[in-house]
Ligand binder design. Sequence first.
Ligand SMILES: [Zn+2]
Length: 236
Amino acid sequence: MSIDILAIAAHPDDVEQTCGGTLIRMAESGYRTGVLDLTAGDMGTRGSPEQRVEESETAGRHMLLHWRGNLHMPDARLENHLTARLTLAVKIRELRPRVVILPYWEGRHPDHYTASRMGYEACFLAGLRKLDEYSEPHRPFKILYASIYANVPPSFVVDISAQFERRMQALLSYTSQYGDTDQGAGLFPPEAEIRERLGAIARFYGNLIGARYGEPFVVKEAMSVDDIVGLGVRSI
Ligand SMILES: [Zn+2]
């Protein structure tokens, strides 16, 4: 099995909020996309891990994913220890993605920045020949950080105007989290609120590139440009 793009996230429903539109757009362009969720949300107020995984599979179909998996690591107390990193590295060797999308390396939720660090280190480990004798080494060429909740200037923004509604459908597949139910009411905004909030954020980033909806990413390396005449996004 090999895929072109792998998004790694702490919780089911993270990628639907941070980079789902980009994954949909890439799948529409013919790339094979995958998502690996590290936990199944076992500490969540609403729903069970089984339910979350089932919902994530439905969401994955909306996002046109080629593959989705869950490592069932401990939710809300995710730890970047050696066993966790090695497990993730072996999965990266199996899937052989050219591009890996990670959560931004700083954030409010400890699982998010832990997943970011673990993902970065696992990408490095995955390239070591002697890591294990059963799998071939593979180091992803490019690591992108989905920065939508980080409030930092993006390195680039992907226009997801045509994918926004499909991404919303994917997120709303998590009926245990986003359904209009009483359990956890007050803690969880109803569907209309979710739509407005996600729409506003995507509009903000879309506006930066002259598009309706956008998703921001940060890369640690400089971006290379071959044709300055063909550059997009009008200056004035
Ligand atoms: Zn999360």
